[in-house]
Write a protein that binds this ligand. Structure first.
Ligand SMILES: [Zn+2]
Length: 1036
């Protein structure tokens, strides 16, 4: 299911390139926590008694949730009928969210554009865009707003109570008293505008943030497929429409529609408020009641209820078209099929639990029946993005789909699907397989993330939205107990499958076939729509468009009095970085970092294997090694047995490449492979013996198995390029200025995609298998390993001996001395070009520019970091998003000292690159009203948000292990950031970003997307710049 958010600022800080986004699986695994179980907080909430009224809120229910050491309290506001759920827990990362049930009946993107516009100014805060302004005036650990198929919600979290109250005031006023100005609607939604603002005779075009955002969303074929699947299998009510907005329907929306929709759906009676954490809930109740709910007359919110979908009498089949992904598989293979069933009602919590369990059993991993029957014959590129169980709509869905297969395989897939279901009903599941999924649930409950509150909100919102019992959903233990009792009936799961699949006529088979004219047809339709709009306009209308364009541009330039927005002060900010309890040991010559933390009876293992001895040409195959090495047979086990062992003992093994620069010298870096896994303390021996087995080297000799893994790997290579295009563009631009960045690009960026696709044509599977073997020979050696362990303080005496044993049992080939971090010097990096254009058929661009500056340890680094934040909010965001209609833009400096600019879902390319290039002259002429002390302070706050972001117990000490960032260094850096002045940022801007310096060999640029339309007359390269254009199929 798709959900649309307003804010991309968090995207820029992640550096995960390969990431499967799309669906939020309603995984029990996600229900995890930050702080360890310390004390029972139940006693604190005894002041609430069901039936008593607190600040206008009647307490309806109070329940202890033992599984997670927390208490749930449900309230209902007497006058307004607003429901309120508070989850009290000893976690400082407090969360607050206001949710509305929003059920659109067209595809104009009403709820989504409303979500954006609501955050553009309200009665008490009549400034433009308080949301984006607050991003820089807060220490929020999360701030966003999201639109789903039938709800819209506005969550934020913070560890600082003053900050929390500030954000709460802004959010509440935004949703209940937004201004919904015409100009904000034009900026965020859609508008007609002269291509040259100053010339009323120039062409009129479509613009708008959401308009471009949605064009970007549907650049990803997975999004086209997912949306269509939802619209088709649930056709009769709100799910039949595109809640985010179809770009061809968005231009029918008016600001009046928006206001009407707000009045109807943002009524307090249709709202649900959620809070989580250890701040006093009474304050929340008092504020909501006094400021917004007390005067409200409650109404019956039944109008927004979503009815159950009437069931079909017979199955439905449908075929749709999509864009041809020129970076993907050959066109004849680039088809998708999915078969899905409508399942239970979302409010049946136990049924949801069992169906989730069943989906794991049936679909995931080499021991599941669908993996065996659909994936192993290797007729496709693996499961597609809609596969799995989705309990987010009123009626839940179960879908199994495949990507990258030939059209003539569709029939076969349907047959296999039916056959597999029959087999499952006949044969059932093995006890070990069931136990391994049960183990996953137990481990998931213990594993503690810093996003517990947020995950709780994401998981509970759809259920609550349909008036299901959220308390029941949190009490996982009850579901588990009931499930275990039911399992005593040996046919229990088989009967379930019979009921939900075989006896179910509400079944949709959706197929999707690429069409080379897809974009062209859409562009044609967009053009026709535009022409119709224009031809219906009088001269007066056209003058209005012209004047409106100028008006909006004027409004965007006006200096806002943002003093009316609350802001933290220096006094609200903690002075010190968190200390970490680390010790370093050497076990059998292997350096081991031990971190004592509150890991809640779970032990975490990480190992880095140095890869500098792997020859360069072989190194490029490493990502393939990482993706396959734990999935092949081993010395003593078949791949099925090995997988079962992994799932019975751990949360999974992960292997990824690791390239980290020295913080003192960008030309030195560590290169290696990062191993990681975690397990319940009681399974530690099991986990370590699995790694021990791995070190005996996987058997790379089963060609069929490897070929299947390889094909699935290749099929997923380009998934996510459109969603994270800015990250790919930044990495490509980085690769033009620094050797270690070129290595990163080769291992995970556009170059890697290019490389693997080339090898698929030129190499045999056998020769690749041989390379895998050589890599494991060169890598799996004790002398190349260093380790980090995060464990429970109290159990160190029990746990460490197991690691000792493990280290002494590892094989050694060479007897070189290990050291903490083996840094390699960059040698032969040759700079040859300034720009790279990955030209493809996306409908928007992703632009990036990189400039090599100074390493982390340098005195100017903190100044550059503040500069990047300042430029993002005061220069790049206003021009690239507000004025030019891209979804986002910004700047940042990375650990290796590369100062980077980026834009996201951008209708422009060269214009944006010019904005990047003009930075220093803009800052030189920047008036004091923009470059003032407050602005500098806000930029610093933005950095502290990152430095002070909560760190999970299992991640403590990891900065030091991976990148050499110890707490003393971070403390110094923090002090340096706080001392940066206005003058400092002007100085470093001139020193590092000036035009003169840019003529040097320190810059790189990249554009991913169509680039410039031919008729614009613009080209990407400038005088003196040398650009390469890479065509999508990578054929020169
Ligand atoms: Zn959006």
């Amino acid at each position: 299911m798709l959900r649309y958010a307003i804010n991309t600022s968090t995207l820029a800080s992640k550096y995960m390139l390969k990431q499967n986004h799309a669906k939020l699986h309603h995984q029990i695994k996600n229900l995890t926590t930050k702080t360890a179980v310390r004390e029972n907080v139940f006693s604190q909430s005894k002041i609430f008694t069901p039936g008593t009224v607190y600040h206008g809120f009647m307490c309806m229910d109070i329940q202890e949730i033992k599984e997670f050491n927390m208490t749930a309290i449900l309230f209902k506001h007497e006058k307004s009928k607003t429901e309120y759920l508070h989850v009290q827990r000893d976690d400082p990362n407090n969360l607050f969210s206001i949710n509305f049930r929003t059920t659109p009946f067209n595809s104009t993107g009403l709820p989504h554009i409303l979500e954006h516009t609501v955050l553009c100014g309200s009665k008490k805060y009549p400034v433009r865009d308080p949301f984006f302004k607050m991003l820089n005036r807060s220490l929020a650990t999360f701030m966003n707003a999201m639109t789903g198929p039938d709800y819209t919600f506005y969550p934020f979290s913070s560890q600082n109570e003053a900050d929390y109250r500030n954000l709460q005031a802004i959010y509440l006023d935004a949703v209940f008293q937004p201004n919904l100005n015409q100009l904000d609607f034009l900026q965020e939604g859609w508008r007609l505008e002269n291509s040259d603002l100053k010339n009323p005779k120039s062409d009129i075009t479509f613009k708008g943030v959401v308009f471009n955002e949605m064009k970007g969303v549907f650049s990803e074929n997975g999004a086209i497929f997912g949306e269509e699947f939802l619209n088709t299998i649930l056709p009769d009510h709100t799910y039949g429409f595109v809640s985010g907005g179809d770009p061809l329907h968005i231009p029918n929306l008016t600001v009046k529609d928006l206001k009407d929709f707000h009045q109807k759906y943002y009524h307090p009676s249709n709202a649900r408020i959620f809070s989580y954490g250890n701040f006093p809930v009474e304050r929340n109740l008092e504020i909501c009641d006094r400021l917004y709910l007390n005067d409200c007359v409650g109404i019956d919110s039944a109008y927004s209820r979503v009815p159950s979908q009437p069931r079909w009498k017979s199955p439905v089949e449908k075929n749709i078209k999509c864009r041809f992904d020129k970076m993907g598989a050959p066109i004849e293979n680039q088809n998708q099929i999915a078969i899905g069933y409508l399942m239970s009602d979302i409010t049946n919590v136990y049924e949801t639990f069992v169906l989730q369990f069943l989906s794991q059993l049936m679909v995931m991993g080499p021991n599941s029946p669908f993996y065996k029957s659909l994936i192993e014959p290797n007729i496709s590129g693996g499961y597609n993005s809609v596969t799995g169980y989705d309990p987010q709509m009123k009626d839940t869905l179960f879908v199994i789909g495949l990507q990258d297969l030939e059209v003539n395989k569709f029939e076969k897939v349907k047959e296999i699907m039916d056959q597999t279901l029959h087999n499952v009903i006949k044969e059932g599941f093995t006890r070990t397989h069931i136990d391994s999924v049960l183990h996953g649930i137990e481990l998931g409950i213990k594993h503690q993330s810093t996003k517990f509150g947020l995950n709780l909100l994401f998981n509970l919102t759809p259920l609550w939205n349909h008036e299901g019992s959220v308390v029941e959903a949190m009490q996982i233990g009850n579901c588990l107990d009931r499930f275990k009792i039911n399992l005593k009936n040996p046919k229990y799961l088989q009967d379930m499958v019979k009921h939900y699949f075989l006896a179910n006529n509400h079944k949709l088979t959706l197929t999707m076939v690429p069409d080379e004219l897809y974009e062209e047809n859409i562009a044609k339709k967009e053009n026709e729509l535009l022409k119709t709009k224009i031809s219906n306009m009088t001269d007066l209308d056209k003058t209005k468009v012209y004047e409106q364009g100028l008006q909006l541009a004027e409004a965007q330039k006006i200096q806002q009095n943002i003093d009316i927005l609350p802001c933290l002060t220096l006094n609200d900010i903690p002075k010190d970085v968190m200390k970490v309890d680390l010790t370093n040991k050497t076990l059998n010559a292997i350096p081991v970092q031990v971190c004592r933390a509150n890991t809640n009876d779970v032990t975490y293992f990480r190992g880095i294997l140095n890869m500098s001895e792997i020859p360069n040409d072989l190194k490029l195959f490493l990502p393939l090694f990482n993706a396959t090495a734990t999935k092949m047979e081993t010395k003593n086990y078949s791949y099925r047995e090995f997988d079962e062992l992994i799932n019975l003992n751990t949360g999974g093994l992960s292997i990824s490449t690791h390239v980290a620069n020295s913080i003192g010298d960008p030309f030195q870096y560590e290169q290696g492979v990062l191993l990681s896994s975690h397990c319940l303390d009681r399974n530690l021996e099991g986990m370590l013996s699995i790694w021990g087995e791995f070190f005996k080297k996987p058997n790379f000799r089963d060609t069929d198995r490897f070929k299947m893994l390889l094909d699935n790997y290749v099929s997923n290579l380009t998934t996510g390029v459109a969603d994270s295009g800015h990250l790919y563009a930044m990495q490509s631009a980085n690769s033009l200025v620094l050797g270690s960045s070129l290595l990163k690009e080769n291992l995970s960026g556009m170059k890697h995609i290019e490389f693997i696709k080339g090898k698929m044509k030129s190499e045999t599977t056998e020769s690749m298998l041989e390379k895998m073997s050589t890599i494991s020979d060169l890598l799996l050696d004790r002398s190349r390993l260093r380790i980090a362990i995060n464990l429970s303080k109290m159990k160190i005496g029990k746990i460490l001996p197991h690691f000792e044993q493990f280290c002494f049992g590892l094989p050694i080939v060479k007897s070189t001395e290990n050291s903490k971090r083996n840094l390699d010097m960059e040698n032969s990096f040759q700079k040859s070009i300034n720009g790279l254009h990955y030209k493809n058929n996306f409908s928007v661009n992703y632009c990036a520019k990189s400039i090599l500056t100074v390493p982390f340890r340098h005195v100017d680094y903190a100044k550059l970091r503040v500069l990047a934040k300042f430029l993002s909010s005061k220069y790049l965001h206003p021009i690239i998003r507000e004025k030019n209609g891209a979804y986002g833009g910004g700047a940042r400096i990375s650990n290796d000292g590369i100062f980077g600019f980026f834009s996201y879902r951008d209708p422009n390319a060269r214009i944006t690159l010019d904005v990047f290039d003009d930075t220093d002259s803009w800052l030189k002429n920047c008036p004091n009203t923009i470059l003032d002390d407050q602005a500098i302070f806000e930029a610093k706050l933005g950095i502290l948000q990152q430095l002070d972001a909560p760190v999970a117990e299992y991640n403590k000490g990891l900065d030091e292990f991976l990148c050499g960032l110890d707490s003393e260094f971070l403390q110094n850096h923090r002090n340096n950031v706080l001392q940066v002045t206005k003058e400092d940022i002007v100085e470093v801007c001139e020193k590092y970003l000036s035009k003169e310096r840019q003529d040097n060999h320190v810059i790189g640029k990249c554009v991913i997307g169509p680039g410039e339309a031919n008729e614009s007359g613009r080209v990407l390269s400038k005088t003196g710049e040398k650009w390469n254009t890479v065509e999508p199929d990578f054929e020169e």
